[in-house]
Design a protein around this ligand. Structure first.
Ligand SMILES: *[C@@H]1O[C@H](CO)[C@@H](O)[C@H](O)[C@H]1NC(C)=O
Ligand SMILES: *[C@@H]1O[C@H](CO)[C@@H](O)[C@H](O)[C@H]1NC(C)=O
Ligand SMILES: *[C@@H]1O[C@H](CO)[C@@H](O)[C@H](O)[C@H]1NC(C)=O
Length: 330
C-alpha cells in the first residue's frame, strides 16, 4: 500500500537536503529523480495481506501472537529444542529462532558469535564444526541448568521440524551472512512449503531482508529496529566514550531511523516492523498500519506490560518468559 503523503515527504526532504548541500537545482533534481527511479525499479512488493495475516495472527485476526524470544530463554536454555517444547506447552503462538552457522557452514541455532555465554565450550562459532558443537552442553550456563542438563545445540533443520510438529509460527532472526542465510532459508522453504504460511524472516540489517526477497520474494519478512542503536547500548548507556564519536553516531542514528520509516521498509516490502517496546504507542502502530505493516514489540517481560500490548495496543509481542516476570535479555 502506497501512501501519497509518504512519497511527498520523502522526496521533499531529499530535495531540500541535496539542494542545501549542493546549491545546484540541476543536481538536486537529477538526484531526487534517480532515487525515485531506484525505489520504483528495485523495490519488492509486500506479500499478499492474507498470507501476512496468517503468519502474524495464526490464531485469528483479533488475536495477538505471543512470540518466545530465543525460544523463551528465561524458561529454558535459549535456542534449544527443549525451549521450543516449553514455549509451546506454556502457550506461545510463535518462537524466535536465531540463525547462525558452524565452521562447516551448517545452519544452527545460536544467538552469539561465540559459544561462551550459553554453553560449556569456548571460542568463535566460525572455528567450530558441527561435530565440535555436538559435544557441548547448551544448558551449561542457564539458571535451570540442572533441569535441562545435556541439551544440545540444534541444527536449524531440527528446530524447524519441531516447530512445524508443534504448529508454532517461526520468527527467523538473521544477524548477518546475508548470502548464506538467504540460500539456507530458501532451501528450507522449498523443503517445507508450509513455512510460507507459518514463518517470517527478520533482521536488523536491511541487506539481509533485501537479499532474502531477491532469492525468494514469496517469503514474509520484517525489519527489526531499535532507535539509537548505533550510539547507545540496549540499556541506554552510550556505546562510545569519545564525545565526538558519540555525537557522530547519534547523527547516523537519526538518519537510520528516518531511512527505516521512509525508505527501507518500502524497498524491502516488509510485512512487519519489530521495534523495541518503549517506542510503541497507539499512534505509532497506526503509522505502520496505514502502510500495511504490523508492529511487533520486543521484549515485553512483565504481566502488566503484556496485558497492555494484548488488550490496549493489540500488538504482537516478543517475550523472554511465558510463565513469569523477568529482566530483559538484550
Ligand atoms: C482470540 O480472541 C478472542 C476474542 O478476543 C478470544 O475470545 C479468544 O479467547 C482468543 N483465542 C485465543 C486462543 O487466544
Ligand atoms: C560439556 O558438557 C558435555 C555434557 O556434559 C560434556 O560431554 C563435554 O565434555 C563438556 N565439554 C567441555 C568443553 O567441558
Ligand atoms: C497456505 O495457506 C493457504 C490459504 O489458507 C492455502 O491455500 C495453502 O495451501 C497453504 N500452503 C501451504 C503450503 O500449506
Amino acid at each position: 500500500m502506497l501512501q501519497l503523503g509518504d512519497e511527498v515527504t520523502l522526496y521533499s526532504v531529499v530535495f531540500a537536503l541535496v539542494l542545501l548541500g549542493t546549491r545546484s537545482p540541476v543536481w538536486t533534481t537529477a538526484l531526487t529523480a534517480s532515487l525515485y527511479l531506484f525505489l520504483t525499479m528495485f523495490r519488492f512488493p509486500q506479500v499478499p495481506t492474507s498470507r501476512a495475516l496468517q503468519v502474524l495472527h495464526p490464531v485469528g485476526p483479533g488475536n495477538v501472537s505471543v512470540v518466545a524470544h530465543r525460544c523463551g530463554g528465561h524458561d529454558a536454555p535459549e535456542n534449544t529444542i527443549v525451549a521450543i517444547r516449553e514455549s509451546s506447552k506454556n502457550g506461545a503462538t510463535a518462537v524466535e529462532l536465531d540463525l547462525e552457522f558452524s565452521a562447516d557452514s551448517v545452519p544452527i541455532l545460536m544467538h552469539d558469535e561465540t559459544v561462551d555465554r550459553t554453553t560449556n565450550g569456548s571460542g568463535p562459532l566460525s572455528q567450530m564444526r558441527l561435530s565440535d558443537l555436538g559435544k557441548l552442553d547448551a544448558a551449561a550456563k542457564h539458571r535451570l541448568r540442572d533441569k535441562f542438563a545435556g541439551e544440545k545445540i540444534p541444527t536449524l533443520e531440527q528446530a524447524v521440524e519441531e516447530c512445524i510438529k508443534l504448529q508454532l509460527t517461526i520468527y527467523f532472526d538473521v544477524k548477518g551472512h546475508p548470502d548464506e542465510a538467504a540460500a539456507a532459508l530458501k532451501e528450507l522453504y522449498k523443503k517445507h512449503p508450509v513455512l510460507y504460511n507459518t514463518s517470517i524472516v527478520c533482521s536488523f540489517e536491511p541487506k539481509v531482508i533485501y537479499r532474502m526477497r531477491q532469492s525468494d520474494p514469496e517469503v514474509v519478512t520484517a525489519l527489526t529496529h531499535r532507535p539509537w542503536s548505533l550510539s547507545r547500548l540496549g540499556d541506554g548507556a552510550p556505546r562510545f566514550s569519545s564525545p565526538w564519536k558519540h555525537r557522530w553516531m547519534t547523527l547516523l542514528d537519526v538518519a537510520l531511523d528516518w531511512a527505516h520509516h521512509h525508505v527501507l521498509w518500502k524497498l524491502c516490502g516488509i510485512s512487519a516492523f519489530l521495534i523495541q517496546k518503549n517506542f510503541v504507542s497507539p499512534d505509532y502502530a497506526l503509522y505502520w498500519a496505514r502502510r500495511g505493516v504490523e508492529v511487533v514489540a520486543w521484549t515485553v517481560n512483565t504481566k502488566v506490560e503484556k496485558d497492555y500490548y494484548q488488550d490496549v495496543l493489540q500488538v504482537n509481542y516478543i517475550t523472554d518468559s511465558l510463565v513469569e516476570d523477568c529482566e530483559p535479555h538484550y
